[in-house]
Design a protein. Structure first.
Length: 78
């Protein structure tokens, strides 16, 4: 099930507030809007620094172990 834009925004804001607090979340949003922010460059740099292939493979395996593909009613096995 794909989330709507509104649901994604709500979950994102909830995550930010829970992890940063209200004030720091406001600073984060302010800085995002103020700077010429290139998400593609940021994402590439972030993943190069914090997310290597081994981490990706471990996370993927953990996801499969926790919720196997066949439990998702929205997916069809071809």
């Amino acid at each position: 099930m794909q989330l709507s834009n509104e649901e994604i925004m709500q979950k994102g804001m909830q995550c930010l507030v829970e992890n940063l607090g209200e004030v720091e979340t406001e600073y984060f949003i302010f800085n995002l809007k103020r700077q010429s922010f290139n998400y593609t460059e940021w994402q590439r740099d972030f993943f190069e620094q914090h997310f290597n292939l081994n981490t990706f493979l471990q996370t993927a395996q953990q996801t499969v172990d926790e919720k196997p593909f066949n439990e998702n009613p929205n997916c069809e096995v071809i």
